[in-house]
Design a protein around this ligand. Sequence first.
Ligand code: NAD
Ligand code: MG
Length: 395
Amino acid sequence: MKGVTILGSTGSIGVSTLDVLTRHSGQFRVVALTANQDAARLAEQCRLHHPDFAVMVDPEAAQRLREQLADMPQRPEILTGVEGLEQVAALPETDYVMAAIVGAAGLRPTLAAAHAGKRVLLANKESLVVAGALLMQAVAESGAELLPIDSEHNAIFQCLPPYFSAGLESVGVERILLTASGGPLLDWPLERMAAVTPEQACAHPTWAMGRKISVDSATMMNKGLEVIEACWLFGTDTDHIEVVIHPQSVIHSLVQYQDGSVLAQLGNPDMRTPIAHALAWPARFESGVAPLDLFSVGRLDFQAPDLKRFPCLALAFQAAQHGGTAPAILNAANEIAVAAFLERRIDLPGIAAIVGDTLDAFPDASVEGQGVEFLLDVDQRARDCAERLVQRRMR
Ligand code: NAD
Ligand code: MG
């Protein structure tokens, strides 16, 4: 039996993970579940999955969870705060950690899992964007396994040779083709972008996801974050990554080799496939996802991204090329701007404007030799700057 901790169990990825685990209950035991504030949902999950630990980051919500589970026989130990997350990410009885918290809030517990040498199933791409060097170093030093859950990166991982560890060139790869659906605004008239509502931005045509990543898909910042994520995971740079818009979301990404071969991974757009892949790896097992029916898909389309329509993608490429603190600043400003858009405080084009202005406000700085405290300080200062820019834009 493998013990599993799910960081962010009440979210979209967390729920899909529990679905896959339930299909293989003889092989896995849920050790810990965590959430930020949603005590009712976490209580329900505790009754169904009987974890040893439940973490509510918010102390008031933790109190509500205690009350809701008061009558449960053998109830989980309830922890709180980021310390609680770090603790359950590193428990000796935990073998696998699903990192599915949204945003830079996932960084500390994901790092804790990597330091503790766990199999880390990484959905939380923001932690690699903010602290790629630190996270990759922690994995290398502890012997942790880092398996990508993001569908594109999981696809690329599947298309690389099984003995791949670092250096795409050494295995004959010329470049990575990172597919993108283009999101719900792919064909919107550019002049109407300022009128897009949060509901429209979150109405993704092919994937059902949390609200933050849905907005990121609408702006294509999600693909930008994924370019940075791919650089770290596969030890490459932006010259070796091409973004390809593929609206059907059936091809999850491709790897082009020097001999002209292009390998792709295909499947229905359902995150249970990459989740099951990473849980079973290097074996395979059932995920609950329906088999792909190519006849009903009918056709596969491809187009190049339009950077005028999607300025966030251009900003992410620039940040990736600058390196240092730029990706952490990009991510922090984006988190603030997306939250402001979802609260209807700014319009959709305001997201790219705020991210661009925040990047401009900070001089390039190296992260060489720096620890997590330094990066979290950069993150906080970029958030403060982006929040001031939101308020200025609202006036
Ligand atoms: P979600 O909003 O549905 O869920 C987020 C989870 O994180 C919830 O359990 C929530 O309680 C927890 N959380 C939120 N803020 C927190 C905080 N400050 N501290 C601790 N916990 C907190 O998000 P999601 O769509 O499941 O995405 C999770 C991660 O997976 C993101 O990084 C996202 O980019 C990535 N991802 C998601 C999908 C998808 O299909 N949903 C696909 C690829 C990658
Ligand atoms: Mg993705």
